[in-house]
Structures are given as structure tokens and as C-alpha cells.
Design a protein around this ligand. Structure first.
Ligand code: GAL
Length: 630
């Protein structure tokens, strides 16, 4: 697969007279792909059943005549206003019981059966008419964006009761599994169960976690309905565009339904409120984005895509409009981000959007073109990449030496029962990823049900709150060095504490006898340097002690290749822990300068300078936004 570029285009926003010129300019720029359609429902079906597909047909013809390949996005993230007249109860309801209204987008509840039928209907009509002419599909747009998967509607409540009755078969079994004898929460009938919002104090965590599982299943079911419909009429690959740090549904589940995973990469948009960076780093990386956040998602979505197939479907091409502040990227960063995606195996990077819209919500969001059609700053950088990739070999994918497990259920479990403020699973995993990258490692992120860890030298399993038996045996039989914890295998699938006490890993004599959380501003020292923060477990063990606290109490212990880390380390302690594990694994860590990251893609080694200033590395000077490959 060659590396390709693309863009997101909204023909319904522009006079038809300029479509052909737009298409020609896209092709001249060296773009291969153009995504259209994902918000166009009100123009495709202005009133119920009054279809108006002819303009869309002409748009597709114009684009394909110019040599472009079309990705058709189903328009189901933006049902038109008439849909609400037809289905007044289709809107999602928030945790306070308020209906989330029409007037922006993603205004639907995944559990509303009639809306799902409408989504299937428009998908079928589009697939019937255009199935043979589009080169790829996108279902909906960014499930979960704007916190839109969890809904406390009546439709969700009824579907949840049904889901529970399938899972548990009898209210008694559910009462036992959840521990409902506590506080007299026992149910006689599934019809008595409500959604876990608006309770007096916290609801039963098992109730909440099942609601989160159910919610994720509803997203998968909604998507599956579109995928099946498209498949009946088209052989082209199907994708969905995921987002940064959206964890409300299990992306691995959806990934198994489709050929390609894509995601929407907004490095500057994410920096202030999704990365967890310090104020100093937010200033330092204000025009470049965090050095690990994009890479993390590239690696995550490579795992979500079938056989590692993934794209960036929306790449920030200039300032966006929706973050707390919206700076312009440093010159060169649009090219840099594109190359970073290619280094992690992206088949395509598509820029959002072709031309900046002078109306509605995203007026200050840059495109490759300004609203007047003149080239914006990002255009020349996209052109540079287009010329650079012209004669390059195909995308490479090779197995990394290090595997990091990411588990969506663990995220919901930590959110359900954080035990202390700041205790967030994503953050723990992301900091581990960062620590590995700062030592120069390339990483595969893999799901928690991977049965085969063959080929990895080091495997990290922080915070995966419940290990399946299959994965547990993969972990105990691999040749790799494995670091478990903190909070790994801490709970049963119903968020209860198992006896024997956790982590209960065969071959490792180690018991967590107590858990405590620390104030976010009160970390405590490891005896060998660095601090632990937020989460700390009390350990009883006969295993070899690797780390202790200032009172010489164990914080990490190992037997053979298996070790358990009983606290959340800061960057300095993590570095020591990872260096030791890497050495034991026979790997050679390369501690990197703050702003440098490297990615070994197999035959090509990429070096990136994420900083605002030139950096000397390995006898070479990398300018700001500098990328080298050898
Ligand atoms: C994405 C979304 C696009 C557009 C973009 C703006 O989240 O998919 O439709 O809104 O953000 O940055």
C-alpha cells in the first residue's frame, strides 16, 4: 500500500460552479482521496422520503472525473430537523435527565430503535446508488465525540433491562453478581432496574460498569447495522473515524467489524485539555502539540484496524476553533504531523478541511484553502509531502519490541471506582507510553484479549483491572519481561474484590493487602529516587524486591520475568523501572533529549524534533518541526 494524502470536502457548502475547479486543484496538489457526505443529510433528504441525490451524484462524478477516490461518509451523525418531528424521543438524555437538543450534531440516542432504522435506511439508499462508485466508506462521524454515547433516555433504560436479562438470566443471579444485598438494593424483576443516574449517593459500581458495557455494545450494534447494509451493496473497505482520548466505547470491538480504522488528529486542539501536560509543557509545545499524544493514537488505531490498516481521516491543517486557545502551528508542523503518521504506518493522511467555511460553528477553523479560495499556510506543506511521497516505497509495518496493553473496560472500571481524584486509567497508560518513548522505543499497543505475545521482549500491563484467563496465561507463558500493576487484575468482572486477594498471578507470590490513594499534590518518594503518586498498594510478598518506599516497604517485586509494580510512578521513577526491565529483556534503551522522538518502522528509522528550537541529536541538527529518516 502506497502512502497517500486526502482531504475532507463539503460540496453542499459551495456553489456547484466551483466543484470542478476544486477537484482539479485537489488532484494537482497530489491528493488521492476525498471524503464527502458525512453531514449532508438535510440536502440528501430535505423532507422525509423526498430524496435529492442528483447533486451528490454530480459531485461524485466531478471528483472521480478529476482522478480522485471518494470516501463516502454516512450522514447519520446529523439527522435533519424533520427527523425529530418524526421521532420526538430519539434524542439522548444527559446524566441530569436533560434532553440534549437539536442545533449542533450527534443528537441521537444509540438505543433508539426507530432512529437506528432511519440510519440504516439512508445508508442503504446511499449504498444502493453509489456502492459501486465509492472507493471507501466511513460510518457516521466520530462516535463518542461531544460525550454522546452515554444516554439516560427511556429507550436506553428499556434496552439496558433487556441486555441485563440476557447477561444474567435471572434477577437473583444479577443480585449476587452485583452484591445487591448491600444497602437492600436487591431487585425482583429486570423491569425494576433503572439507569444509574440521579441516585442519592453513588450507585453500585457493578451497576455502573454494566451500564458502561451496555453503552459500548449499543455503539457496536449501531455501527454493525450500517456495516452490514453497506456490505450488501459495496465491496469497498469500510472505516470509522475515531477521536483522541475518547474511551466511551470499545474501539477494538468496532475495529473487528471494519477493514480500516481512522482517527482525527488535532495535535494543538488536544494539547490543553486531553493530554494531561504540565502548564510548562503546554507552553513549550503550544505550536507543535504533545510529542507522544499523536503517536499514542497512531499506535492504538493501528491495533484497532484489521491487519494494522489505519489512516488519519482528519489532520489539523492550521488553527482550529474548538480548543481553549487555538494557536497556529509552527511552520512545518503540518508536514511534520503527516510524516509522523506515515512513520507509524498510516496508509493515508487526509486534511480537514479543503476550504475554510465562512459560516456556522467552525468559521475560524483553517482549511487547506482560505474562505476566498486562496491557498492557506498548510497547503504548501501538504504539497511538499505530496512530492516527498511520490517515489517512496509502500507503507511498512513491523512488530515493535515492546507491547503496551490498552483496555477500554479498564477505563470504565477506573472511572466507576477511581478511589481518589486524578486516578485515571488512560493517564496511567499514556504516562507509561511516554516513558517508553523517552527511552527511544517503538511500541505496539495491543488489546487485553491478545492470546499471543510472541515476538515481544517487554510487555506492560498497567491498570488492566480484570485479566481474562486466556490473557493471564499468555502473560505467564511469554518469554518477554512483563510488568503488571498498579491495579492490574485487582477486581472481578463485576468490580468485586476476589479472594484469594489480587493480583493472584500464578508464579508470582505477591498479595495486595491494602490500597490507598494520595492527594494529587502529595506524592511520596521511592527509596532510589523519584516519587509515586495518586495510587499505592501495600504488598506482601516473598518475591525479589526491586523497588521500595522511603520506609523500605516493597513497591515492586519480581519472580523470573514477571514483576508487579504496586504504585503509580512519576517520570523519574518510571525511567529507572523501565531501564532495568529493558536491560533484563535484552533491549537497549536510548534516553532521548526532551523534544526528540524516534520511530523504527522496520526498514526506515524516523527522527522527529517536537520542540520549538533546533536540537542536536546524534551529530545532526534537527530544526524545529524537523523530521529525518534513514
Ligand atoms: C472533528 C469533526 C469534524 C470537524 C473537526 C474540526 O472532530 O469530525 O467534523 O468538526 O473536528 O476540528
Amino acid at each position: 500500500m502506497k502512502r497517500t494524502l486526502g482531504t475532507c470536502y463539503y460540496p453542499e457548502h459551495w456553489p456547484e460552479e466551483i466543484w470542478a475547479d476544486d477537484a482539479r486543484r485537489m488532484a494537482d496538489l497530489g491528493l488521492t482521496w476525498v471524503r464527502i457526505g458525512e453531514f449532508a443529510w438535510s440536502r440528501l433528504e430535505p423532507t422525509p422520503d423526498d430524496l435529492n441525490f442528483d447533486w451528490f451524484d454530480r459531485a461524485i462524478t466531478t471528483l472521480t472525473d478529476a482522478g480522485l477516490k471518494v470516501v463516502l461518509g454516512t450522514p447519520t451523525a446529523t439527522p435533519p430537523r424533520w427527523m425529530l418531528t418524526k421521532h420526538p424521543d430519539m434524542l439522548a438524555v444527559d446524566a441530569n435527565g436533560h434532553t440534549r437538543k437539536f442545533g449542533s450534531r450527534r443528537h441521537y440516542c444509540f438505543s433508539h430503535d426507530s432512529y437506528r432504522s432511519e440510519a440504516v435506511r439512508i445508508t442503504r439508499l446511499l449504498a444502493e446508488r453509489f456502492g459501486a462508485r465509492v472507493a471507501a466508506w466511513q460510518t457516521d462521524n466520530e462516535y463518542g465525540c461531544h460525550d454522546t454515547t452515554i444516554s439516560y433516555s427511556n429507550a436506553a433504560r428499556d434496552a439496558f433491562r433487556d441486555w441485563l436479562s440476557h447477561r444474567y438470566q435471572s434477577p437473583d443471579a444479577m443480585n449476587r453478581a452485583w452484591g445487591n444485598v448491600f444497602w437492600s438494593m436487591e431487585y425482583q424483576s429486570f423491569d425494576d432496574i433503572d439507569l444509574p443516574n440521579l441516585t442519592v449517593t453513588e450507585p453500585n459500581p457493578a451497576h455502573v460498569l454494566d451500564f458502561r458495557r451496555f453503552t459500548s455494545d449499543q455503539v457496536a450494534r449501531f455501527n454493525r447495522a450500517q456495516v452490514d447494509t453497506i456490505r450488501a451493496h459495496s465491496d469497498s473497505p469500510i472505516s470509522h473515524n475515531y477521536m483522541g482520548r475518547v474511551t466511551e466505547f470499545d474501539h477494538f470491538d468496532l475495529g473487528r467489524q471494519m477493514e480500516i480504522a481512522t482517527w482525527d488528529s488535532y495535535p494543538l486542539g488536544f494539547l490543553e485539555d486531553r493530554v494531561g501536560a504540565s502548564p510548562e509543557d503546554q507552553r513549550h509545545y503550544a505550536r507543535q502539540g504533545d510529542p507522544d499524544f499523536q503517536a499514542f493514537h497512531h499506535d492504538l488505531y493501528r491495533a484497532v484496524g484489521k491487519a494494522g490498516r489505519w489512516w488519519v481521516m482528519e489532520q489539523q491543517p492550521g488553527p482550529v476553533n474548538w480548543a481553549p486557545s487555538n494557536p497556529a502551528p509552527l511552520p512545518g508542523m503540518v508536514r511534520f504531523w503527516t510524516w509522523e503518521a506515515f512513520a507509524h504506518g498510516a496508509e493515508c493522511v487526509a486534511y480537514f478541511r479543503w476550504r475554510q467555511a465562512p459560516f456556522a460553528q467552525e468559521q475560524y477553523h483553517a482549511g487547506l484553502l482560505r474562505p476566498d479560495g486562496i491557498e492557506a499556510e498548510g497547503f504548501a506543506e501538504a504539497a511538499q509531502v505530496a512530492s516527498e511521497i511520490k517515489d517512496m516505497a509502500a507503507v511498512e509495518q513491523s512488530q515493535a519490541p515492546v507491547a503496551l496493553i490498552f483496555d477500554y473496560t479498564a477505563q470504565w472500571a477506573w472511572e466507576t471506582q477511581p478511589q481518589g481524584s486524578g486516578c485515571d486509567y488512560f493517564q496511567l497508560v499514556f504516562e507509561t507510553y511516554k516513558g517508553l518513548r523517552q527511552l527511544g522505543f517503538s511500541i505496539d499497543i495491543i488489546p487485553p484479549d491478545t492470546a499471543d505475545l510472541h515476538g515481544y521482549k517487554l510487555v506492560l500491563v498497567p491498570g488492566v483491572i480484570t485479566l481474562t484467563e486466556a490473557f493471564k496465561s499468555a502473560l505467564t507463558s511469554t518469554q518477554a519481561q512483563v510488568i503488571l500493576g498498579p491495579r492490574t487484575n485487582a477486581k472481578t468482572a463485576n468490580l468485586t474484590i476476589a479472594v484469594p486477594l489480587p493480583p493472584n498471578i500464578p508464579g508470582l507470590d505477591l498479595t495486595i493487602s491494602r490500597v490507598e490513594t494520595l492527594r494529587p499534590d502529595a506524592p511520596e518518594p521511592f527509596s532510589d529516587g523519584g516519587y509515586y503518586k495518586l495510587w499505592r498498594e501495600q504488598v506482601q510478598t516473598t518475591a525479589e524486591i526491586l523497588e521500595t518506599d522511603a520506609q523500605n516497604r516493597p513497591l515492586m517485586a519480581s519472580t523470573g520475568a514477571l514483576s508487579y509494580l504496586a504504585a503509580w510512578p512519576d517520570a523519574a521513577a518510571l525511567k529507572r523501572i523501565l531501564m532495568r526491565a529493558a536491560k533484563d529483556a535484552g533491549l537497549s534503551p536510548i534516553p532521548l533529549p526532551k523534544d526528540i522522538r524516534i520511530r523504527d518502522a522496520g526498514q526506515t528509522l524516523f527522527i522527529f524534533n517536537h520542540g520549538p528550537d533546533p536540537v542536536e541529536y546524534n551529530g545532526q541538527t534537527l530544526p524545529p518541526a524537523g523530521v529525518l529518516w534513514t
